[in-house]
Design a protein around this ligand. Structure first.
Ligand code: NI
Ligand code: MN
Length: 224
C-alpha cells in the first residue's frame, strides 16, 4: 500500500509506511502548499530540476532529515548549502529496501535562481511496495514517454499548466504513450499563467480509460 499525498504545485509526498519520499518540495512561498516545511519529514528528497518551484525547501528539509537525490549538479549545490546528497543522473537507478527510483529525461531547462547550472532536467519513476509512480517533472510531450510506458505505471503525475510545460491536450496525448492506470494533474493553478481546469483534464483521462484524479492540494490517493 502506498499513500500519495499531493502538497500543491509539483510537490508530492509518498510513503509505504517505511520509506518516505518527497518529490519537488516547494512549500515555502508556494501559494498552493498544503503543508509547511515544519510538518514534513522525508527519507529521500527527489528533485527533478533546479528551478525554485521544484528545488524549493530541499536543503532545509535535508537538514531535518533525508537526502537530496538529483543530478550531479543539483546534489552538489545542495551539499554546498548544507544538505546531505546523493548525486545521480538520467538513466540511473538507486535501489533501497522496498523499492527503487530511476531517472528519465524531461524536455525543459534547469538552472538555479542564482544562475548556477543544474544539469539536465529529469522525470522520475519511483517503485514502492510494488507500485510504480512516474513524476514527469516539468516537461513538454515527447515520444520517448513510450519507453516509460513499458514499465506498467500505476500512477502518472503530469504537468498540465501549459506556458512552461505541456498543457492539458499534450498531457492527454502523453497518456497514450505512458499507459498508466491512474493520472493526477500537477503544476497548474499555482500562478496566473498556468491556470487550468484539473477536473476537465481528469474527465478527458477517464474518456481514455485512465482513472483521472484531480487532487486538491492536501488530497490523498491510496494505491493498493
Ligand atoms: Ni521548471
Ligand atoms: Mn516548474
Amino acid at each position: 500500500m502506498v499513500e500519495v499525498r499531493y502538497l500543491g504545485h509539483s510537490a508530492v509526498w509518498l510513503s509505504d509506511g517505511q520509506t518516505r519520499i518527497i518529490i519537488d518540495p516547494f512549500l515555502t512561498g508556494n501559494p498552493m502548499a498544503a503543508a509547511s516545511l515544519a510538518e514534513v519529514q522525508a527519507d529521500l528528497i527527489l528533485v527533478t530540476h533546479a528551478h525554485g518551484d521544484h528545488f524549493g525547501d530541499s536543503v532545509a528539509l535535508s537538514k531535518k532529515s533525508g537526502v537530496v537525490v538529483s543530478t550531479f549538479e543539483i546534489a552538489t549545490y545542495a551539499e554546498k548549502h548544507g544538505a546531505k546528497s546523493l548525486p545521480m543522473n538520467i538513466g540511473g537507478t538507486y535501489r533501497f529496501p522496498g523499492g527503487f527510483i530511476k531517472w528519465f529525461p524531461a524536455w525543459h531547462s534547469s538552472s538555479f535562481p542564482d544562475g548556477t547550472y543544474g544539469g539536465m532536467p529529469m522525470g522520475v519513476v519511483v517503485e514502492l511496495a510494488g507500485k510504480r509512480i512516474y513524476h514527469a517533472g516539468d516537461t513538454a510531450l515527447f515520444s520517448d514517454m513510450a519507453l516509460i510506458g513499458e514499465l506498467n505505471l500505476d500512477l502518472a503525475l503530469l504537468p498540465i499548466g501549459d506556458h512552461f510545460t505541456m498543457g492539458p491536450e499534450d498531457a492527454l496525448r502523453a497518456l497514450d504513450l505512458l499507459k498508466p492506470k491512474r493520472v493526477v494533474p500537477i503544476h497548474y493553478n499555482t500562478f496566473p499563467p498556468i491556470k487550468q481546469d484539473g477536473e476537465a483534464f481528469a474527465r478527458g483521462a477517464r474518456e481514455k480509460g485512465v482513472e483521472g484524479h484531480a487532487l486538491k492540494p492536501g488530497g490523498v490517493l491510496v494505491l493498493d
